[in-house]
Design a protein. Structure first.
Length: 455
């Protein structure tokens, strides 16, 4: 049977979903709202994009589904979840991957998510919800001097968490909430997670498929949010990541499942918000009593970007079959399989991102076609315009280069060698050169110890 799948997303996450659905023997063509110009480069199947349709245009998306006889919709974009697109699709009887607006509140309302975490005894940092700057100032002044995170409660394109090294910086970051407009009208003040020996925590992310009652783990990754090397600079949507993250050893992963994933899926079901779709746990491993303990940094009601670009290529299952099982509310017959390869993805961005990069828009990107030919590499597009076979910058994060190998060292080497082939007119390409550094250090230490013991 020939099926049509609609992916609701326009970035690299949407590009890898288009690629993965197109690999299915059940799928004849893939549509994408709004999509991007290069989503078609990884498949010979028909890929149709709708660049003028917004992910929140519920009526127009419903019309596309009817006109094009869409068999499955995968909603991968947070604003669409908040807009209630899933609810409208389900009401029309269209099979859908993604949570309802109520279930998706765990992402689009971070204040609600923290209060939900409290109700279900999910490990998370101490927090204070504030509805005015003055309320935030008063709280900070009542606390000992310490580092904090100030977070917009609403959706802020992954950029709404502002770090503060001390109370004075926290007050300045509270003032910055105004730049997020409605998303920052309510904000959270959260303690900066550190170990009981004052050691820094280590971030990881975990991804599950859920049918509303049960879930299956798809994979894990380690994102690099800050814009510059050494994890400095502003937060971004993600400058790259690696999988699998070596910090997630078996004992820690068991704690993640028992104290976080079990509780969030069961809790949402108990509260009448059954979660169907992909759930993203942004976690932090913190040392307590000489053991690693997981805490929740955030939940997202969809794939991460660029984490999807390293996890989905390793999934050996037919994604259409998985998606239909989620839509039908029964994952029990699906046995997830992965290829166990390591992958590293690097985001190529316009210079100036995540701030002002307007001067880069319209400049030509060179070398993408050559980089695509590099063995063990795939490229997923985002903010790129294609005109007459030439590529032009049209956003902040422009493209993602994924390298695969037996370990993070091999995968990273391939990704960076491919990235070295790409440039933007006027030296306007920005990317981090240290993606995957924690696991590369671990692997090099293991190699050194192995050599030492062999002597």
């Amino acid at each position: 049977m020939r099926n049509t799948v609609l992916v609701v997303d326009g970035g690299g996450r949407g590009a890898v979903l288009v690629d993965k659905y197109a690999q299915s023997e059940h799928v004849d063509r893939v549509l994408a709202v709004p999509g991007n110009d290069l989503m078609k480069i990884n498949t010979d199947k028909s890929v149709i994009t709708y660049p003028k349709v917004k992910t929140t245009s519920v009526r127009e998306i419903l019309e596309i589904c009817v006109q094009e006889k869409v068999n499955l919709v995968d909603v991968a974009q947070d604003n669409a979840v908040e807009a209630g697109l899933l609810d409208a699709l389900v009401e029309k009887g269209i099979p859908t991957v993604g949570p309802t607006k109520k279930a998706g509140q765990i992402e689009w309302d971070k204040a609600w998510a923290r209060e939900f975490g409290e109700r279900h005894d999910i490990p998370q940092p101490c927090f204070k919800v504030c509805s005015s700057p003055q309320e935030g100032f008063d709280y900070i002044e009542s606390q000992p001097n310490q580092p904090w995170f100030i977070k917009a409660s609403g959706l802020a394109e992954g950029k709404g968490a502002l770090p503060a090294k001390n109370n004075e910086e926290a007050k300045q970051q509270i003032k910055e909430m105004a730049r997020f407009k409605k998303a920052g009208e309510v904000f959270l003040i959260e303690q900066w997670l550190r170990g009981d020996d004052d050691s820094a925590g280590e971030e990881f992310s975990s991804y599950i498929f859920s049918d509303g009652k049960n879930y299956k783990i798809v994979g894990h990754a380690q994102d690099h949010k800050r814009v510059n090397n050494f994890d400095v600079g502003e937060n971004t949507g993600g400058m790259g990541c690696s999988t699998p993250p070596l910090v997630l050893e078996e004992e820690l992963l068991t704690k993640v499942e028992r104290t976080i994933l079990d509780r969030v899926i069961n809790g949402l079901h108990q509260e009448g918000r059954p979660y169907k779709g992909v759930l993203y746990l942004g976690g932090m491993a913190v040392k307590e009593k000489s053991e690693q303990v997981p805490y929740v940094v955030e939940f997202n009601a969809r794939w991460g970007d660029p984490e999807a670009e390293v996890i989905l290529p390793g999934l050996e299952n037919d994604l259409f079959e998985v998606g239909m099982a989620i839509a039908e509310g029964d994952l029990s017959s699906i046995q997830l399989k992965t290829d166990s390869r390591a992958r590293v993805v690097i985001a190529g961005a316009s210079k100036g991102y995540p701030g002002n990069y307007q001067n880069v828009k319209g400049k030509q990107i060179f070398g993408l076609n050559e980089a695509r030919k590099y063995p063990g590499v795939k490229i997923y597009s985002a903010g790129i315009n294609e005109q007459g076979g030439r590529h032009f910058a049209n956003g902040g994060r422009l493209f993602y280069i994924v390298g695969e190998g037996n370990n993070a060292i091999e995968a990273r080497q391939k990704a960076y060698e491919a990235m070295s082939m790409v440039s933007i007119d006027g030296n306007n390409l920005h990317y981090r050169t240290d993606i995957g550094w924690r696991d590369v250090q671990r692997l090099r230490l293991q190699q050194a110890l192995s050599l030492s013991s062999a002597r």
